[in-house]
Design a binder for this molecule. Structure first.
Ligand code: COA
Length: 173
């Protein structure tokens, strides 16, 4: 697999938005209401990602193959005041047809490097409780279950769980 993980540029906002919407629709089918998934707008997310890429302190990376960008991940300072964690993996999405080829692992390592640049030493990530595939991915990378909490997405009341790495060095390759 030839893949390059690099920091995202503003010009990547459109492809990130496309991957964001396509991957939500494939990964969350059956977990989130169909009408909510159908309502997701690439234009809306493109604007949001443009803002994130130009303004925020978040670190965003893309995985690029000769066929184009196939995934992205973002991370930064922990957002919700969780005890014991100062760094967070905010999002990671790989197009379905490109999953299982190491892009996810590469993107997590890139986010970890970004967190180190921000002088953060640990990482937490939140994932839908019923997103079994992503949970296995985080467990494979050495994430340790932290806790469960409710989350509302659209009209759906769901549960999410968190995984933590007390040290970025604990992220398994
Ligand atoms: C979850 C996700 C980010 C993983 O990225 P990926 O590129 O598919 O995973 P990788 O190929 O880098 O896999 C890394 C390791 O995790 C394991 N892994 C990945 N997905 C797995 C799964 N569904 N079940 C079991 N193990 C899995 C791989 O086997 C690999 O370990 P190995 O080298 O020992 O075989 C990606 O599949 C994805 O975007 N899924 C849909 C969106 C999503 O759920 N995002 C997370 C939201 S919180």
């Amino acid at each position: 697999m030839i893949s390059l993980v690099r920091p995202a540029a503003i010009d990547d906002a459109a492809v990130i938005a496309r991957i964001h919407v396509a991957t939500w629709r494939s990964a969350y089918r059956g977990l989130l209401p169909d009408d909510f998934l159908a309502s997701l707008s690439e234009d809306h997310y493109e604007e949001r990602w443009k803002r994130t890429l130009s303004e925020s302190a978040a670190r965003v990376y893309v995985a690029e193959t000769p066929e184009g960008v196939v995934g992205f991940a973002s991370g930064g300072r922990e957002r919700a005041g969780e005890d014991h964690y100062s760094g967070e993996l905010y999002a990671i999405y790989i197009l379905r047809q490109a999953q299982g080829r190491g892009h996810g692992r590469g993107l997590v390592q890139a986010v970890a490097a970004g967190l180190r640049e921000l002088e953060l030493e640990d990482m937490i990530v939140w994932v839908l409780r019923d997103n079994a595939a992503a949970r296995r991915f985080y467990e494979r990378l050495g994430g340790v279950f932290v806790r469960t909490q409710p989350i509302t997405i659209g009209s759906a009341l769901l549960q999410e769980v968190s995984y933590g790495w007390k040290s970025l060095a604990d992220i398994r390759h």
